[in-house]
Ligand binder design. Structure first.
Ligand code: NOJ
Length: 556
């Protein structure tokens, strides 16, 4: 976190100078969902220029890096995760020059930049797929079953619903674990490996500091593409190794990429990283993705999916830390992203819990990812009309779970409150950000917004919350400032302290963190002086009253 940032195109330095403890080990990384962050040209869709203009918000917030979701040339069948040209910017989002300027502007502010790479599949508009001969070498085509090949080659289901196979006019079938517009690549073909290494170098040359690897657990399929023999595959994703997810073969790819990233960084005196969007059944299997010779980080979706209960939180924290420690990696915490119900809503529709969960996450050792808008306490938008929805899962009748994102666990609210979003689809967490003003589009841009924003978001804008010490925005700013000020808080040791039932207490360098997961006040001997709290905490005669659903950092 304290390491100096190198310029986007630095002169080569002596190999090895970019190593060291690793800026990423404790970095707080902010996810910009480009389409919904800030719109500069009034078409209602966020873009790279808009993102650049709003970078000062991220600087003021105090994050270390920004992750930009795909802005590459794409028909947008899946929000840009269907890439037609990995080296071009989609006109919706701007130009390559805009990308260059954004990266440079971020670096000037001391923010690193991570971009998405989508290696499991391309768009069906990708030139490789458009060329029938090339397509048959570089994607997964198989003959169908049945008398005339009229049945799919196996029983795999698309994560978005329906079969994972589509038949072509030539009579054979191609695999798409996601939408039919997203054919899966054939990673047995060395040309696919070479192309993705070249794509990475292209963006590294433009100055990016790393890649978020989409579906990092999906590229390798079990030999022979065997049937699963189970009708409810959505429930199995993430619960067990499947013939298409978390196959051991993916690790060879990650090892090759780590060599590329280290080699590139070493030659330039910087550290460039890979973060796995990998969905593995256990913390131990997830940790395999962050072995010293693989990727640097892997999103901890087990933590994201944990219910708001002290025992469950403690055990997922313990399991995560133990698994990553066994391979010498930090844990990478996350509460929200563009695939899951925003955690304010997921945790029982409770802003109090959302604020407490965020303070807990930021007190844990390791790195943390913030999803745009969580610093404003935004809820999921649950009343979008069908005609504005764009999530392909909606149109295919699936639910956005598992490999798209961890399930939208509507049962996790201990009080049984309806915690889910809009039927498990993903548009409700992608509504454009409110920046200022009383009315939509709340400063999102000079035009409208591609998804309608709620009429009551005037009090949630960045402008409305700035300077209000009770606001969620100021809570995040204060937490991130303390993280910077307290050495060792990011990457140092952690131990549990005794606490009453329903309460967690953990000791970190420079502070003790208490979390009251119960819905009512809990009294306990004051562990120190309150530094920061998600809800007003009182200390009387050395007894602290922890408000229900709150988290407090104490100076000890
Ligand atoms: C995970 C991405 O986060 C999600 O948005 C996308 O739909 C799938 N991968 C497929 O690329």
């Amino acid at each position: 976190m304290t390491q100096e940032l190198t310029s986007p195109s630095p002169a080569p330095q002596a190999p090895g100078t970019g190593r060291g403890p690793g800026w990423w080990r404790d970095a707080v990384i902010y996810q910009v969902y480009v389409r919904s962050f800030a719109d500069s040209d009034g078409d209602g869709i966020g873009d790279l220029r808009g993102a650049r203009e709003r970078l000062p918000h991220l600087k003021d917030l105090g994050v270390d890096a920004v992750w930009l979701t795909p802005f590459y040339a794409s028909p947008q069948a899946d929000g840009g995760y269907d890439v037609a040209d990995y080296r071009a910017v989609d006109p919706l989002f701007g130009t390559l020059q805009d990308a260059d300027e954004l990266i440079r502007a971020a670096h000037d502010l001391g923010l690193r930049v991570i971009v998405d790479i989508v290696p499991n599949h391309t768009s069906d508009r990708h030139p490789w797929f458009q060329d029938p001969e090339l397509a048959r070498q570089r994607y997964l085509f198989r003959p169908g079953k049945g008398g005339s090949g009229e049945l799919p080659p196996n029983d795999w289901e698309s994560v978005f619903g329906g079969p994972a196979w589509t038949r072509t006019d030539h009579g054979d079938w191609y695999l798409h674990l996601f939408a039919p517009e997203q054919p899966d690549l054939n990673w047995d073909n060395p040309e696919v490996h070479a192309e993705f290494e070249a794509i990475m170098r292209f963006w590294l040359d433009l100055g990016v500091d790393g890649f978020r690897v989409d579906v990092a657990h999906g590229m390798i399929k079990a030999p022979g593409l065997p049937d699963i023999g189970h009708g409810a595959q959505a429930q199995l994703i993430g619960a067990q190794v499947l013939p298409f997810f978390d196959q051991d073969g993916v690790h060879a790819i990650h090892r090759a990429w780590r060599r590329l990233l280290d080699g590139y960084g070493d030659a330039r005196g910087k550290q460039v990283i890979g973060v796995a969007e990998a969905w593995a059944p256990t913390a131990e299997r997830l940790a395999l993705y962050v072995r010293p010779d693989e990727l640097h980080q892997a999103f901890n979706f087990q933590f994201l999916n944990a219910p708001w209960q002290s025992d469950a939180l403690r055990s997922v924290i313990d399991a995560s830390l133990a698994a990553t420690a066994s391979v010498g990696a930090p844990t990478t915490w996350v509460l929200s992203n563009h695939d899951v119900v925003r955690h304010t809503t997921r945790l029982g529709g409770s802003l109090a819990r959302a604020r407490a969960a965020a303070l807990l996450m930021l007190a844990l050792p390791g790195s943390a990812y913030l999803y745009q808008g969580e610093e404003l306490g935004l809820p999921e938008v649950t009343d979008l009309p069908d005609e504005v929805r764009q999530d392909p899962a909606f149109f295919r009748g699936g639910r956005a779970t598992g490999a798209v994102g961890p399930g939208t666990d509507t049962e996790s609210a201990p009080d049984g409150a309806a915690a889910g979003g809009q039927d498990g689809f993903r548009d409700g967490c992608r509504v454009p950000l409110p920046w200022s003003g009383e009315l939509p589009p709340y400063g999102f841009g000079p035009g409208g917004s591609w998804l309608p924003q709620p009429a009551d978001w005037g009090g949630l804008t960045v402008a409305a919350q700035t300077g209000d010490p009770a606001s969620t925005l100021e809570l995040y700013r204060a937490a991130l400032e303390l993280r910077r000020r307290l050495p060792g808080l990011g990457d140092g040791p952690m131990s549990w302290a005794p606490a009453p039932d329903g309460v967690l207490a953990l000791t970190r360098p420079g502070l003790l963190c208490t979390v009251n997961t119960l819905g009512h006040d809990v009294g306990l001997p004051a562990p120190g002086t309150p530094l920061l709290s998600s809800a007003p905490v009182t200390v009387d005669d050395a007894t602290a009253q922890l408000p229900g659903d709150s988290c407090t950092w104490w100076a000890i």
